[in-house]
Design a protein around this ligand. Structure first.
Ligand code: ADP
Ligand code: MG
Length: 385
């Protein structure tokens, strides 16, 4: 789950990481309580690259602050981090402009290749870190974060040297980097990024921007962070999925996919693409799919007007294919589904499940395996469109 910059800064503050003061503004009226003669106004959306998209503006007078805030509230941005539908800013934050001597990058991620938490630091701040990694890998330092979110002293020394931090700045950086690693670990973050971390002309390190994502599976441990979830930043279907504990991501294609297990869902999307089709969504109904979840999954898929066909791919490990078949038959009848539905079942009670589908008298297309299923749904959808 992602949260907004101002919420991420709230968390950083709790870990004693210096951030500029900010005011969260949701309507123009709220400006009258704020006494700033100049400000940086930033849209609050779940996407980076706001500066490039025109969502970060400097205002040099009270009148300008009002003018800029008016323009930015309600602004929509569409970039490679938002998906085609974009995201709308229902809030902006105002901060006093900070004098910048130099910008740095500091972040932590779950490093899947290395199977550990990694700290990432760069002298190239304020830029797209992926681009820096590609063009100037030597300008990025990656350090393993130990269990408990701890960094070793020799790592911190290496970090300060790499970043060029000396004397008092190195002291500040030491605390800051230790606190960042601790916050990352304790808050079950999947990403915690400060870009830019700036050094002011008076030699103070300040986090000007903050990005934080938490592992959804750890949210139960952090009710306070769960409360920060902003449903306005997600689609209707994504919100419904969240409330019902399903993983759903809408995509641009026209083949709705209902699958149990994230790995199988990925494989299903891959094979659809391989056969020349385009998945409309990623949907994992969970290892223990029930009739209700199947029905709900169909509702979510059908709520996308682009969907021209549905592929159900269920592996009956814990669940019974018979029960899944009953669920599918019920929904297809009840919802009078007219678009092609291809079903591939495998595993527990598969024979009984397939028989139920066959005897249902409904136009449900059975597939013998994953490749067959992908071929069938792709050709069906091509006929429809
Ligand atoms: P994004 O990463 O989404 O583009 P940032 O918050 O990083 O948004 O803002 C973009 C740039 O704007 C920063 O790299 C920094 O140079 C500048 N900036 C942001 N906040 C401030 C501030 N309070 N004072 C001065 N400059 C700022
Ligand atoms: Mg930034």
């Amino acid at each position: 789950m992602n949260i907004h910059e101002f919420q991420a800064k709230e968390l950083l503050k709790r870990y004693n990481i210096p951030v500029p003061d900010y005011f969260v503004i949701r309507d123009l009226d709220a400006l009258k309580d704020i006494d700033l003669d100049e400000a940086v106004v930033k849209i609050q959306v779940h996407a980076g690259g706001r500066g490039k998209a025109g969502g970060v503006k400097f205002a040099k007078s009270k009148a300008e602050i009002k003018d800029v805030t008016k323009r930015l509230l309600g602004m929509k941005i569409v970039n490679n981090q938002t998906g085609p539908q974009g995201v709308v800013a229902n809030a902006v934050i105002l901060s006093k402009p900070v004098d910048i001597h130099k910008e740095f990058y500091l972040g932590a991620i779950i490093d899947r290749d290395q199977k550990r938490m990694s700290l990432i630091a760069s002298t190239e701040g304020g830029m797209d870190i992926e681009e820096v990694a590609q063009k100037h890998p030597e300008k990025i330092l990656v350090l393993p974060i130990g269990m408990g979110g701890k960094l070793r002293m020799y790592q911190i020394v290496a970090f300060n040297k790499f970043m060029g931090f000396k004397a008092d700045v190195a002291k500040q950086a030491t605390k800051l980097v230790q606190n960042l690693a601790k916050a990352f670990y304790e808050l079950d973050a999947s990403i915690l990024e400060i870009n830019p971390l700036v050094l002011t002309p008076s030699n103070h390190l300040v986090a000007l921007d903050a990005k934080f994502a938490i592992d959804d599976n750890a949210l139960f441990r952090h009710p306070g962070i769960l409360e920060m979830r902003d449903p306005d930043q997600y689609s209707k279907a994504e919100n419904a999925a969240f409330e019902n504990d399903l993983s759903y991501v809408s995509l641009e294609g026209n083949i709705g996919c209902m699958v149990n297990g994230a790995g199988l869902a990925m494989a299903t999307m891959d094979i659809i693409q391989h056969e020349g089709g385009k998945p409309a969504n990623f949907l994992d109904v969970g290892g223990s799919a029930t009739k209700e979840r199947i029905a709900f999954g169909f509702e979510m898929i059908l709520s996308d007007p682009n969907v021209k066909g549905i592929l159900v791919n269920i592996f009956g490990g814990i669940v019974s294919c018979r029960m899944i078949a009953e669920g599918i038959i019920h929904v297809v009848k009840e919802r009078k589904i007219k678009i092609p539905v291809v079903v591939r079942l495998e595993g527990t009670h598969v024979k009984e499940g397939e028989k139920l589908l066959e005897d249902s008298g409904l136009e449900i297309i059975a597939a013998v395996d994953l490749l067959d299923a992908a071929k069938k749904i792709v050709s069906q959808v091509q006929e429809v469109i």
